[in-house]
Ligand binder design. Structure first.
Ligand SMILES: [Zn+2]
Length: 249
């Protein structure tokens, strides 16, 4: 198994020191934005809010389509976005017993707990590959944009930014395979091998669910193993979920 560690704590300290200064700057910027946006933009913000949870009304400026720069800076420098705390899931289970569903439910609860932490946000934002803050196969996105994509949770086949994992989960059994789970781009469904599911702790089930779901959001990785594949979005962030979830087991 390939283990790697995350650097960037110095940056965290710097952001913390700059926090109070930048906060007032951003507040001013947000106020200017709110007062200067036209009716159409306001409708857009309201529509997006109407689609989501009412508790998200505190952060209308996170509408990435109208404030891309602000969103990126906001995620990097300020407090945990509200969307990290309201992250939800709508999973439809196929071929599962109630006991198996309970295990998936526990895994989903772990995912929500981890996504709702500064630790997870910091790990995504500060993830490095070859000394650069980036992911392999990042689709041209920065770490902050990848974090934003996770919180938006707009699956390719269900492209609504609803802050929730939407997918179907089907169990199958292949004892001679070393595949933990798989999916393909033409389906909302992910397939999970009972060979591993049955023996995995809930945090490992969570890691696999999140890995497959990151494919649904559009992130890929090399088909065959190479050391760099561990730094792809599904592998690296799936493992973050599994690792940080152990504290909630
Ligand atoms: Zn994969």
């Amino acid at each position: 198994m390939h283990l790697h560690f995350y650097v960037g704590y110095q940056e965290d300290v710097r952001y913390a020191m700059e926090g109070s200064m930048t906060k007032s700057f951003y507040l001013l910027f947000i106020l200017i934005f709110l007062f200067s946006c036209n009716k159409k933009d306001q409708d857009k913000v309201l529509n997006e809010l109407a689609l989501g949870d009412s508790s998200k009304t505190e952060s209308p400026v996170k509408d990435s389509s109208s404030t891309v720069d602000l969103t990126t800076q906001d995620v990097t420098n300020s407090a945990l976005p509200n969307e990290a705390l309201t992250f939800e899931s709508n999973l439809l289970f196929i071929n599962t017993t109630s006991l198996q569903e309970e295990k998936f439910d526990r895994a989903v609860e772990l995912i929500k707990k981890v996504v709702g932490t500064d630790e997870f946000r910091s790990a995504v934002l500060n993830h490095t590959y070859n000394g650069v803050k980036t992911f392999v196969d990042n689709g041209g996105l920065t770490n902050a944009q990848i974090y934003e994509r996770i919180l938006e949770a707009a699956e390719k086949l269900f492209p609504l930014k609803n802050n929730a994992m939407d997918m179907e989960v089907q169990l199958y059994t292949n004892l001679s395979s070393n595949v933990v789970g798989y999916t393909n781009s033409g389906t909302k469904r992910i397939y999970v091998n009972t060979k591993y599911f049955n023996v995995y702790a809930a945090n490992s089930v969570a890691a696999n669910l999140f890995h497959e779901w990151l494919h649904k959001v559009g992130f890929g990785h090399a088909y065959t193993y190479s050391p760099s594949r561990d730094y792809s979005v599904p592998y690296a962030i799936g493992r973050m979920i599994g690792r940080y979830a152990t504290q909630y087991l």
